[in-house]
Design a protein around this ligand. Structure first.
Ligand code: GLV
Length: 331
């Protein structure tokens, strides 16, 4: 490996297809542990780095950037980037890349898996089948609501919301949605109807969230919002944990103000073993696996590698998050 290749830090080992791209264009140091690099290590590693490839478990903020005088690109292997202070990167002329598009359908699939699992009590039923409690076929055993022909409320009709709507349409669901913008495509293709949040919450049998985490969407779903939902309704979140006031959700589930939930994301991840949600039967809990198909995680890693290499070469990133800073430019 030639020593004049740019110095890069990669915060976790990625699939081979991505590592090959990274190694072909940089002198990369790759963190090999299962756990993310501790903060002090990350700050130390970026000191000489010209490129950083990070995950959503790494906090990229002004302090880190001030420790990284040579940094010319930050590439995140995720579509969400709420762990990155993008404004601080942009102010330093550093482009930030993410991995939109490639994970859309996989995440919509997982959303539907959670929705079906919560409605049809799949996890409870699996526990039951293994427990020895299964004595006979019983008329009302482990019954739940139907998914087909029910009303689904989609909060955020972006790429993932749209693919969830496509799946819901296949189940002949009625679709309500709320977003800053109307989606003509969702209205025409899937019969989705635009609604304000209050109407969506009060009329939906299932509510699913597909917004990015921003200061505006933090705790978008709180006690007041859960109070507007039907007692029979099921809430799904595969976006970001802090979009939901988790304590309020717990109360709503415990008091059966809503019937059930399916959650892939949490305010604190990993979900602490002391979290009261773990005591409830009417919630399905997943460890943030929305995009976790083999093909999709590989494509995300490759895209992150491509963003990184473009940034190192002074080219526009294929997927910059700030359209005003697509390539490095010293301010
Ligand atoms: C995963 O949560 C992602 O944002 O890609």
């Amino acid at each position: 490996m030639s020593s004049n290749l740019p110095c890069v830090f990669v915060t976790r080992r990625l699939p081979d297809a991505a590592m090959e791209i990274i190694h072909s264009a940089s002198a990369a140091e790759v963190w090999q542990e299962e756990m993310p690099p501790p903060r002090a290590v990350l700050l130390e590693k970026v000191r000489a780095a010209e490129g950083l490839l990070c995950l959503l478990t790494d906090r990229i903020d002004a302090e880190l950037l001030d420790n990284a005088p040579n940094l010319r690109v930050v590439s995140q292997m995720a579509v969400g980037f709420d762990n990155i202070d993008v404004a601080a990167c942009s102010a330093r002329g550093i482009p930030v890349g993410n991995t939109p598009g490639v994970l859309t359908e996989t995440t919509a699939d997982l959303t539907f898996a959670l929705l079906l699992a919560a409605a049809r009590r799949i996890v409870e039923a699996d526990r039951y089948a293994r427990s020895g409690a299964w004595q006979t076929w019983s008329p009302m055993l482990l019954t739940g609501p139907d998914v087909h022909h029910a009303t689904l409320g989609i909060i955020g009709m972006g790429r993932i919301g749209y693919e969830v709507a496509r799946r819901a349409h296949g189940f002949e669901m009625n679709i309500l949605y709320t977003d800053a913008q109307r989606s003509e495509a969702a209205e025409q293709n899937f019969g989705a109807q635009f609604a304000d949040l209050g109407t969506l919450l009060s009329q939906s049998d299932f509510v699913t969230v597909h917004t990015p985490l921003t200061p505006q969407t933090r705790h978008l779903m709180g006690a007041q919002q859960f109070a507007r939902m039907k007692p029979s309704a099921i809430f799904i979140n595969t976006s970001r944990g802090p979009v939901v006031d988790q304590a309020a959700l717990y109360e709503a589930l415990k008091r059966r103000q809503i019937a059930a939930a399916g959650l892939d994301v949490f305010e604190v991840e990993p979900l602490p073993l002391t979290d009261p949600l773990l005591q409830l039967d009417n919630v399905v809990l997943l460890p943030h696996i929305g995009s976790a198909s083999i093909a999709t995680r590989t494509r995300m890693a490759v895209l992150a590698a491509e963003n990184l290499v473009a940034g190192l070469q002074g080219l526009p990133l294929p997927h910059p998050v700030d359209p005003a800073v697509t390539r490095f430019a010293r301010p």
